[in-house]
Design a protein around this ligand. Sequence first.
Ligand SMILES: CSC[C@H]1O[C@H](OP(=O)(O)O)[C@H](O)[C@@H]1O
Length: 353
Amino acid sequence: MTLEAIRYRAGSLQILNQLLLPQETVFDEVRTVQDGYEAIKSMKVRGAPAIAIVGCLSLAVELRAGAGGNDPVTFIRESLCHLTSARPTAVNMGRAARELMEFAENESMEKNPEQLTESVIGWIEEMLERDVNDNKKIGNYGAQHILSGVPRDSVTILTHCNTGSLATAGYGTALGVVRSLHALGRLKRMYCTETRPYNQGARLTAYEAVAEGFPATLITDSMAALTMREKSITAVVVGADRVVANGDTANKIGTYQLAIAAKHHGIPFYVAAPSTSCDLSLESGRHIVIEERPAEELTSINGVPIAAPGIDVWNPAFDVTPHQLITGGIITELGVFLPSELQAALTGRLTAL
Ligand SMILES: CSC[C@H]1O[C@H](OP(=O)(O)O)[C@H](O)[C@@H]1O
């Protein structure tokens, strides 16, 4: 059973409220762009690809309800700007906004407002299908690359955060690689980190693994280096929020130290990301804006305080892994590339933001 985080049909969008998992499975209705913005900002829905998809689908359902009237281009532009402002680090929403706006402006030259609205909704609906197809390619390319180093054995993977069906339109990116290895009968075990402070690993990746019967073990973030030393990890595979031109990658906080530990233990470190998570307009990771989240998300769990009241908090949601530490490669729907090969591999498929 592959989990479904996004339920969409023409004019109707529901999102799985991931703040309530794993205790409760509740779908929230998204009727407007503002609903979409709030779902993304509050992290009811999260994950770089899912943020872009839900953001754009919220626009599609409001357009279907008649928003935009005789000037849909202005409504679309203002809506996409608002949605992009919800969370700054992942590139996917900003990229989708840029490409959709270009499409809408071109279409507006030949179509009346009603026809334009239909075209834009169609463009958005194609995003949904494209993401799942890209993720299956990522899963298969990544699995084959990892298995090429161990022709007969099963493999053990360590992953971080949640990069599965709950972070995308389906199948997942890094967890898509795990899914493909499991489907091939070659996954010995996956170790997933709990991923403080939002606990995407403990609450979401573990949820997906149990639901689909992956052999999986939950560890705390602080156990990762020891796990690499003691548990014969074949590869570390993580997702990405923004991969830039030299291969530096912004991903969930804690990824950078996993890459350092993997280097120390001689374990290949992979980033799995669709080309829509890549941003060739930035030369290196030092230009990536890192989102900082509210202190309460670190000092409490489900509203229960776990830290001394009054303590200062720093809560960056992401960190940047230098391309030199991405030793296994960057797994995309176009294939697996070394960081130094990425720009050439993607040029022509992506326009700079
Ligand atoms: C394929 S999901 C990519 C990425 O998004 C997650 O961040 P968040 O849960 O804060 O949206 C995490 O960094 C994943 O690796």
